[in-house]
Design a protein. Structure first.
Length: 444
């Protein structure tokens, strides 16, 4: 019997469709952002982790708390935190989330039996509660004795709920905060203050976009001292190289430097893009019974990424840009917004970037028409205006309608400029359902 461990499969190393939380999954620590978040947690603050789509915000937070996301094996569990669970309560999205749902989910996590009771408006006695409802919860102390602790909770700031959250030392993570309703943000602001004061042993982390901190603080300026903004930037070239090298090393596959460098460039700092390209390259090499990568593995991976996984976005991009013309303003505007740091771009940001692309000064009037077109259905409404928190639109501030497009446009810029995929062929290929890539190994 061999004592050698079997070689892991590529999809056990590279996980573009899932969070890299397993022991075998490749992951590169985001040291700067993790340090910011850690400082906030150590100061009893609520980190709001933000950054553009696909830079690894959720992966960073979940990996940071990985040890607490598993059962505790030490002697003496606190009653109500079952042996099959850790401390992490994770909400994958704030879409349609309410504080009543948050409280109810926490109680279920702590193994309370929860029922909802209806009360009259006059008897509820609180403006921040569960809209005429309260939660009745019971915790079984013993399967044999059938004894129970009882809680009656009319609001998520009730001391009874905060006490058990504190005692359990829960880590509460709410993702996709940008999808939250204004009402949930207002209620969440009160919950942040209450937990930081009455449940200091717990930790609360929010994941969202650039504007989420502004919206939270705008709903209640009093929480400003409890919130810490934590930016996660796109991966650096060194971080991207480390992810690629460490992943293929575990598979025993050699990566030539010219393929490594081009893959880093294509990834544009987005871990999910890198993971997807690496997984397809690894599959291609091993299916061919090779332990080294070829240029053709990369071109095939790019082709699969463009025409398969991201066919919808490829089509949206092609339909939005011009087919001819020397200046092609719509295309340059998309690339300008994709390259500008952050989620939003001002007219001046766009004008400056387009001027740099053309090598000559561009006036606002020259790009205002093409910019407006990119927000219209005829061109796929690929861009949109940014709305004010108080209603209406911010003057001359624009963002991608689909936040995934930001990093994907950077990716397309690289593959088309290097002719890994030809833009004209890409346009023609949609009718035939095929994207043509250049795969000759002899080029390198």
């Amino acid at each position: 019997m061999s004592l050698l461990r079997p070689r892991p499969r590529p999809n056990e190393i590279f996980t573009p469709g899932a969070l890299p939380l397993g022991k075998a999954n490749v992951y590169v620590s985001r040291e700067t952002s993790e340090a910011r978040m850690k400082r906030g947690l150590e100061r009893n603050e609520c980190p709001v982790v933000y950054g553009e789509y696909g830079v690894g915000k959720t992966s960073m937070v979940r990996r940071y708390f990985a040890k607490e996301d598993h059962p505790r094996t030490a002697h003496g569990f606190w009653r109500g935190l079952g042996s099959k669970k850790g401390r992490v309560v994770y909400f994958s999205t704030a879409d349609s989330l309410t504080m009543r749902k948050v409280a109810e989910h926490i109680l279920h996590f702590l193994e309370y039996r929860v029922t909802t009771e209806i009360v009259t408006e006059s008897s509820s006695g609180t403006s921040f509660g569960f809209a005429g409802e309260y939660l009745s919860a019971q915790l079984a102390r013993s399967k044999r004795k059938q004894q129970a602790d009882a809680l009656v909770i009319s609001a998520p700031t009730d001391e009874g709920l905060l006490a058990i959250i504190d005692k359990a030392k829960l880590v509460i993570i709410i993702d996709e905060l940008h999808r939250a309703t204004d009402e949930f943000r207002r209620d969440l602001a009160s919950f942040i203050k209450a937990t930081r004061v009455s449940a200091p042993n717990s930790r609360l982390v929010l994941i969202g976009t650039t504007s989420d901190t502004i919206r939270l603080v705008g709903s209640d300026p009093g929480i400003d001292r409890y919130v810490r903004e934590t930016l996660v930037t796109p991966m650096s070239e060194d971080e991207s190289s480390e992810l690629i090298r460490s992943g293929f090393l575990r598979l025993g596959i050699t990566v030539p430097d010219f393929i490594l460098d081009r893959t880093v460039e294509l990834g544009a700092g987005a871990p999910s893009t890198l993971q997807s390209l690496c997984l397809d390259m690894a599959d291609e090499a091993l299916n061919d019974r090779r332990l080294n990568l070829r240029w053709s593995d990369l071109t095939r991976a790019v082709r699969l990424f463009v025409e398969g996984k991201n066919g919808r976005m490829s089509r949206s991009y092609i339909e939005a840009i011009e087919t001819q013309g020397a200046k092609r303003y719509r295309k340059r505007i998309l690339h300008a917004i994709a390259e500008i740091p952050g989620d939003y771009a001002t007219m001046d940001d766009i004008r400056q970037s387009v001027s740099n692309q053309l090598g000559s000064d561009v006036q606002p009037g020259a790009i205002s028409g093409p910019l407006r077109q990119l927000k219209e259905p005829e061109y796929g409404s690929i861009l949109k205006d940014v709305e004010r928190q108080s209603g209406g639109k911010l003057q001359n501030v624009t963002c991608f309608t689909d936040p995934m497009m930001k990093s994907y446009v950077r990716f397309l810029e690289t593959v088309t400029s290097t002719e890994l995929v030809n833009e004209d062929e890409l346009r023609e290929s949609f009718a035939a359902g095929v994207v043509t890539g250049h795969s000759a190994d002899a080029e390198y």
